[in-house]
Write a protein that binds this ligand. Structure first.
Ligand SMILES: *Cc1c(COP(=O)(O)O)cnc(C)c1O
Length: 382
């Protein structure tokens, strides 16, 4: 097993045997010539079922997460849906965090619940609270860590023990950490899911998702549903994510360096009332994060004095930080979760504070990011 970056740059990506092309080709094809009926070349038949560019990405992701099989999808939510439809039947019960990506909660609550799946919420940072929600028909525990947008930390090993004890599957949404900072499969999880739109792609130019598993039977289930439901990653999207992965390690180091500095800056402001960042000693999940994550990552949320009005003014007042949804790109993004990414959970148990601001700290120069935030904070001070 090679180091992370060597794997990221080489796994699934041998130079092309015919031309020597160092970079895997974008096989922009729907179908493949057969040498006589059923005479498939290396198994390729139709690109929903398999495509060489997607295969390269899937192999790379599987190795980076310490799994055996990877599956690339058209979006993070398509990846999540393939897991849910693959392993759940009507009448089954799932436990999900009380702080989750809004789209994930919507998928559980508005799509799978009406089809007969029972859903309960538990505090993700408390393994005992999760254990307390287990029912005879529980099939799946779903956690996100760090969570979106409150940066809550789940102890993956502790929750994996709860799952094992109950004989249920543990899924970890590893989007915020990326495979560089954290590998849930090696901590006992059964399934890892990513929105590759975020850090894996890393350049805000692609929407994609991925699932990685270790178990052969689970791999068959996910693989079957990937093909049967068809929400696969296209060749060019696969290629973009594969390219993004090559620089994941250096990007995550820089995201973390910059975020640590921005968090310290925010902590020193008297008009910032709370800073959520797992790298801070004051964060309740700090010790667990330090154990299971290589670095604290690039996501920070904070609450600002002055309520929702000030928060909305502030996210519109920055110059270097771009007001926008999404995260994990090289450019810094700022947003207001209650009105943007988490609008779909307004009025539910997952509603977020209306003075909360979420920052995806990019890899620009930290001094510029801090100066821009300082100016916007000063300008919007009442
Ligand atoms: C964005 C995101 C998703 C959904 O992924 P899409 O690629 O937007 O479908 C899921 N989980 C987390 C934590 C996310 O940030």
């Amino acid at each position: 097993m090679t180091g992370f970056s060597t794997t990221a740059i080489h796994a699934g990506q041998e130079p092309d045997p015919r031309t020597g092309s160092v970079v895997p080709a974008i096989y922009q094809t729907s179908t493949y010539k057969q040498d006589g009926v059923g005479g498939l070349r290396e198994g390729y038949e139709y690109s929903r079922s398999a495509n060489p560019t997607r295969d390269a990405l899937q192999e790379c992701l599987a190795e980076l997460e310490g799994g055996t099989k990877g599956f690339a999808f058209a979006s993070g939510l398509a990846a999540e849906d393939a897991i849910l439809r693959g392993v759940l039947k009507p009448g089954d019960h799932v436990i999900i965090p009380n702080d989750a990506y809004g789209g994930t909660f919507r998928l559980f609550d508005k799509v799978h619940r009406p089809w007969g799946v029972e859903v309960s919420l538990a505090k993700v940072s408390q393994a005992d609270a999760i254990r307390g929600e287990i029912r005879p028909n529980t099939k799946l525990i779903w956690i996100e860590t760090p969570t979106n947008p409150l940066l809550g930390i789940a102890d993956i090993e502790a929750v994996a023990a709860v799952a094992r004890e109950a004989g249920v599957l543990l899924v970890v949404d590893n989007t915020f950490a990326s495979p560089y900072l954290q590998n849930p499969l090696t901590l006992g999880a059964d399934i890892v899911v990513h929105s590759t739109t975020k850090y894996c792609g890393g350049h805000s130019d692609v929407v994609g998702g991925a699932v990685v598993v270790r178990d052969a039977e689970l791999a068959d289930t996910i693989g079957f549903h990937q093909n049967a439901m068809g929400a696969v990653a296209g060749p060019f999207d696969s290629w973009l994510v594969l390219r993004g992965l090559k620089t994941l390690a250096v990007r995550m180091e820089r995201h973390s360096d910059n975020a640590e500095r921005v968090a310290d800056f925010l902590l020193g402001r008297d008009d910032v009332t709370h800073v959520y960042y797992p790298g801070l000693d004051s964060h309740p999940g700090h010790d667990v994060a330090a154990q299971q994550m290589r670095r604290p990552g690039g996501m920070i949320s904070f609450q600002v004095a002055g309520g929702q009005r000030r928060a909305l003014d502030l996210v519109g007042a920055t110059q270097v930080w771009t007001l926008g949804e999404s995260l994990g790109g090289v450019e810094s993004l700022i947003e207001h979760p209650a009105k943007m990414t988490h609008a779909s959970v307004a009025g539910t148990e997952l509603a977020v504070p209306d003075d909360l601001i979420r920052c995806s700290v990019g890899i620009e120069d930290a001094d510029d990011l801090i100066a821009d935030l300082a100016e916007a904070l000063d300008r919007t001070r009442g």
